[in-house]
Write a protein that binds this ligand. Structure first.
Ligand code: GLA
Length: 322
């Protein structure tokens, strides 16, 4: 018999979040209300969701999520302002650095006018290149604004959102080589006085990946910069790689390993709770996870704490058991 909720159990440590769409409110409203106290729009607040063509500001899905968060006294975390994906192409056409910064400023102003000033926002998402031979990812933002663009956009965003804590957010953030590049970027920004105020560790994991020692080292490396951390997109794939065929049903041994891994990660999060603001999952329950279509289209996955019919899994009990 499950008595305590996740958010109650973790109240002394950090907030427990879920990144959701309006359909998750329909499908998993009760679970969300019971276990979570922080909400992120998984897609609805992205630039390209709000604005697909000049002048458009389409807020209905984000409004539904924001209203749900408000009604239930949950924190609403903003995601995301500057990214290479899901951003309208037209903003980069026939522009200049000055004009692009002005376009971003107008976008941020609209976001603020409409949603109010949120406590926290992912200002820049995924600016670091994965490949070894490059530092920053080649994006249209960089193409127009140049190598210093991350600091520049943080400054513009801060001018419009003075009361919002601005995060840098990225994936593979525990891989040593990428971590070093992220730390370099954050250090450069801090040295220039650019207003980066938090580090979002996406935490898209597979079984026992990343290794626990690397997770600790990474939390320590980001926290050493004086930045609070949000675990921002946690999930744990049951597959080892893209070539594995779909399991007809979740493999019991893998589910056990998943529970072990979730348990180990949360032990580390509790150990470093002073550095961590929130631990957010990318989704609520296995039935609607993005991993059911990524990286292999249509390959069913079971990466979260609640199963396809929204019952708690072994992983849930494991992170509650301490
Ligand atoms: C990245 C982004 C998120 C989301 C996930 C996958 O990690 O930061 O906004 O798109 O991929 O759903």
């Amino acid at each position: 018999m499950q008595t305590e909720s996740l958010k109650e159990k973790y109240a002394p440590y950090f907030k427990i979040g879920a990144a959701i769409s309006p359909r998750d409110i329909e499908a998993s409203g009760a679970l969300l209300k019971r276990h979570f106290n922080s909400i992120t729009c998984d897609n609805a607040m992205k630039y390209g969701s709000l604005t697909r063509r000049p002048g458009e500001f389409f807020t209905a899905p984000a409004d539904a999520v924001a209203a749900f968060a408000k009604e239930n006294g949950m924190l609403l975390h903003g995601h995301t302002l500057v990214w290479h994906n899901q951003t309208p192409d037209f903003i980069f056409e026939n522009t200049t650095p000055e004009r692009l910064l002005e376009t971003l400023r107008n976008h941020v102003q609209r976001v603020k006018e409409h949603f109010g000033e949120l406590a926290t926002f992912d200002a820049v998402n995924e600016a670091i290149e994965d490949k070894s031979d490059a530092y920053l990812r080649d994006t249209k933002w960089k193409e127009v604004l140049g190598e210093q663009y991350v600091s520049q956009v943080f400054r513009v965003i801060k001018e419009e959102l003075p009361n919002t804590r601005l995060f840098y957010n990225d994936y593979s953030e525990c891989r040593p080589e990428k971590r070093e590049k992220i730390v370099r970027l954050l250090k450069e920004m801090l040295a220039e006085g650019a207003p980066v105020e938090g580090m979002g560790m996406q935490f898209h994991c597979a079984l026992f990946q990343p290794e626990i020692d690397e997770i600790k080292r990474s939390i320590e490396a980001y926290a050493a910069l004086g930045l609070p951390i949000r675990v921002s997109e946690f999930d744990v794939s049951l597959y080892r790689d893209n070539n594995e065929k779909q399991f007809p049903a979740p493999d019991p041994e893998r589910l056990k390993q998943q529970a072990d891994f979730y348990g180990q990660c949360f032990r580390v999060f509790r150990e470093y709770y002073k550095e961590i603001d929130a631990v957010t999952f990318w989704g609520v329950a296995d039935d609607t996870s993005w991993l059911n279509n990524f990286p292999v289209l249509g390959r069913k996955n079971w990466p979260l704490l609640f199963d396809d019919v929204h019952e708690p899994k072994e992983a849930f009990y494991r992170i509650m058991d301490f």
